[in-house]
Design a protein around this ligand. Sequence first.
Ligand code: CTP
Ligand code: CA
Length: 233
Amino acid sequence: GAGGAPAGDLTGLRVVVSAGGTREPIDPVRFIGNRSSGRQGVALAAAAARRGARVTLVAANVEQAVLAPGAAADVVPVGTTAELADAVHTAAASADVVVMAAAVADFRPALTPDAKIKKVPGRPPAPIELVENPDILAGLARDRRRDGQTVVGFAAETGDDDGDVLTHGRAKARRKGADLLVVNAVGERLGFGAATNEVTVLDAAGDVVAHASGSKDAVADAVWDAVAKLRSS
Ligand code: CTP
Ligand code: CA
């Protein structure tokens, strides 16, 4: 494979990859969503299949054209975070590795009216109350669905007044309890929607175990290299 990955090194493994971005309905015609294309998750699923794994791809709102490269995976399409959680939990019950590459909505509207919200000209709209979604990754890391299961998270970070990308990534790695956290810097021209990517892979203690940059396929192979190394250690 790419980057010198041995062709069948994931043979016999069952893996689950979530991809895309969840959408939370505001009313029957509107939603709160995010800019994730699903490309990195699809590349992860395709790379795992290429390396011999049996792959379930839980695809949240991923366009058909983006899904095509992951054709060797069983695809479970989902929309909301609750649907994604259900599908991931079901697939994780028999999985050796779970990779949460999806951009999961942190909040959802508390109420979803059955009818479209109408505007009243000249009057400001009612605020939309939000409630927090469950943290699927933290839950998977805490309650392992299977002995020896490897749980991998992703984190898209920007630097801010509280610290740089890696500082935020380290704190998140320790907080989530996943075995690996793949951190990438997002911002203009980076991450979401981009053809190339640059990532740092951290372990559960927040220590750097790998760096990778290049195409989303190259990053995907680097992530599976890190998973394979961790599982053989
Ligand atoms: N994630 C999840 N469930 C959520 C939110 C996030 O499983 N409700 C997963 C994502 O799939 C990703 C990882 O957690 O693998 C990190 O997501 P991220 O949005 O970076 O982390 P948060 O904990 O939501 O922190 P914040 O958005 O405040 O940076
Ligand atoms: Ca989040």
